[in-house]
Ligand binder design. Structure first.
Ligand SMILES: Nc1ncnc2c1ncn2[C@@H]1O[C@H](COP(=O)(O)OP(=O)(O)OP(=O)(O)O)[C@@H](O)[C@H]1O
Ligand SMILES: [Mg+2]
Length: 397
């Protein structure tokens, strides 16, 4: 390569990405841009395709992996190097499967980065000479988060509305919340919006939809979240097929960083489609025996459907205050790790009734902190920095 390689640093943590960029420049490498994960990285990559992406990857790795897939498809000529403090073989393998060409363990040493950059470029050059050929116009894809639970009334809609809000407010991303409750959708009520268009309207003109026209059916919420409500009458679901749902969710994912899907406590072929589409499935359970038993069945069903366990994160929501079981018992009975825990908070019912997500109404409440923590982890953004809640409050209207 005659000219100096051009690098884009992708890292949701602004401080660490600035440090990395400085380190690269001190090693005489050219950083042409820095970016957050997701659609932002795709936009930067399309605007100025680099020779190399240097992508930071930390736990949980889903969003980093998804970003690697998106940018390698958006800028297929570029090579991706992952920088991570995760040194286990599984993380390395997953990064490579997602499209990384090399994997560096943090803390980064300038000489290792330089060697890796020139190494992957040589590899790419060889590949180009061997293969050549044009690639199709690439499109980015946001993360689809399906909120699933084996039972009704365990807080799925509460978490869906608050998680969508937290993602939109904290990460400044485009978030769409889809009400896939095929019985009686509650999202519109919990977010206090009038239903003008619903997912059933989209089903009627699914053939003519594209990633732009689908946006006309969305309702904008003042939090920044776009909402695709359920139809007012459950009978309207009859006109929607799993293929319709797949097309609708895929189009939404092309235009949004996150598609958060709320589901009912029942199972049908539409819900099966949303589980298949989920990059992450948040399997919610409450702490009562019936819910744990049904969650065990749901886990069994997901396993039988060969849904990868990496995708399924178990969440305990203390939707009632009764405490007969301990969280450790739940893990032991289900033989499954609990990823997040949402505490009980009597303010939740009030917020839901007022139609204001609790992360906005009471950002300091324990539930709000737990959901915010979850949003940070899912988005790969750093935990609360000093003054975050103040900024959050300041932006709440
Ligand atoms: N962490 C919590 N603390 C206190 N109350 C909660 C919590 N989570 C949910 N709730 C309450 O539990 C009830 C059920 O919540 P929600 O409607 O979100 O459940 P759901 O799983 O979506 O139910 P459905 O399957 O019927 O749609 C609501 O009254 C809500 O206020
Ligand atoms: Mg619900």
């Amino acid at each position: 390569m005659a000219r100096d390689p051009e690098i884009i640093v992708v890292d949701p943590d602004i401080d660490s990405r600035t440090d990395t960029a400085h380190m690269l420049e001190a090693s005489d490498l050219t950083v042409i841009a820095e970016s957050d994960y997701g659609i932002a990285a795709v936009a930067v990559a399309k605007e100025s395709p680099p020779d190399v992406f240097l992508v930071s990857m930390e736990e949980p790795v889903a969003r980093a992996l998804q970003t690697i897939e998106m940018i390698t498809s958006a800028a297929p000529q570029a090579a991706t190097i992952v920088a991570s403090s995760l040194a286990d073989a599984g993380s390395v393998r997953r990064a490579m499967v997602a499209g990384a060409r090399d994997y560096l363990i943090k803390p980064l040493k300038p000489e290792d980065v330089t060697r890796a950059v020139y190494g992957v470029l040589e590899q790419e050059e060889r590949k180009r000479q061997q293969a050549g050929g044009e690639l199709a116009e690439p499109t980015g894809r946001g993360m689809v988060i399906t909120i699933f639970g084996a039972k009704g009334g365990i807080g799925k809609t509460t978490i869906a509305t608050n998680l969508a809000t937290a993602l939109a407010r904290m990460t400044n991303s485009n978030v769409v919340l889809v009400d896939m409750d095929t019985r009686f959708g509650d999202v519109a009520i919990m977010m206090d919006v009038a239903v003008e268009h619903s997912i059933a309207d989209l089903g009627r003109r699914v053939d003519e939809l594209d990633r732009e026209t689908i946006k006309d059916a969305l309702t904008s919420h003042h939090t920044g979240v776009s909402i695709l409500p359920a139809p007012l009458h459950p009978t309207e679901w009859r006109n929607l097929t799993p293929d319709h749902i797949t097309k609708i969710v895929n189009l939404l994912a092309q235009g949004h960083d996150y598609v958060v899907i709320d589901t009912p406590g029942t199972f049908n072929e539409i819900i099966a489609a949303t589980l298949e589409l989920g990059d992450i499935i948040l399997l919610m359970t409450s702490m009562d025996i019936a819910s744990i038993k049904d969650t065990a069945l749901a886990l069994e069903m997901l396993r039988a459907a060969e849904v990868s366990e990496d995708k399924v994160k178990l969440i305990i929501n203390h939707s009632t205050s009764s405490n007969s079981l301990r969280e450790e018992d739940v893990e032991r009975v289900l033989e499954y790790e609990v990823t997040w825990r949402i505490p009980h908070d009597y303010h939740v019912a009030n917020s839901n009734q007022l139609g204001i997500p609790i992360v906005i109404a009471k950002p300091y409440a324990r539930v709000s902190r737990a959901v915010t923590e979850m949003a940070h982890a899912l988005s790969g953004t750093p935990r609360e920095s000093k003054g975050f809640l103040e900024r959050f409050l300041g932006r709440a209207s």
